[in-house]
Design a protein around this ligand. Sequence first.
Ligand code: ATP
Length: 191
Amino acid sequence: MRIGIFGGSFNPIHIGHLILAQECWDKFRLDKVIFVPAYMPPHKELQGKVSAADRLNMVRIALEGDDRFEISTYEIDQAAVSYSIDTIKYLKGKYEKNDTFFFLTGADSAENLSKWKDIDKILELTTFIIATRPGWNEDNAYEDSVKYATIPLVEISSTMIRDRIKKRKPIDFLIPCKVVQYIRDKGLYRG
Ligand code: ATP
């Protein structure tokens, strides 16, 4: 099997994430993409005062019924800073020896690859894919060791969604409608 691992804060999940996962699934002929919500990402602070359980619920709602996509709660269950190398080793341990793993990221996350914990090991254990993201250059020091995915560019981020909610602006069509409903029902990101 060809398995994509896609980590993120998903705070909240938006269509930029879904487009990235779908395009990589298609371009790299993946059997599935496993979304891994971080408990606490190493390279940025979590904003918006929303629990890991709510972030996970929103990912669940967004992916419901789509059998290309799965979720791993490994990082949330650890309840500690999430390092990709640990997640990769854990997930690889769950599958067959001849399954191949792809690690999906957007160009912003891949900007400082040299700072990632055990990056050389990550590049050895997975095919590292960097997807285009508006405003970010995909070039980096590891260009010989990574693959690139040119995907439809959407200028959407979780930060932008959180800002719009705070300012009482609409978020419809930027995130799946059932996730919009969840955010409204629970009053998330308003304060
Ligand atoms: P925030 O605005 O809170 O920093 P974010 O929108 O960047 O969040 P994350 O959950 O941190 O979302 O991102 C998870 C992964 O998805 C990262 O690898 C990121 O680069 C990628 N990603 C997020 N949004 C996009 C987008 N619009 N286009 C391409 N890649 C994206």
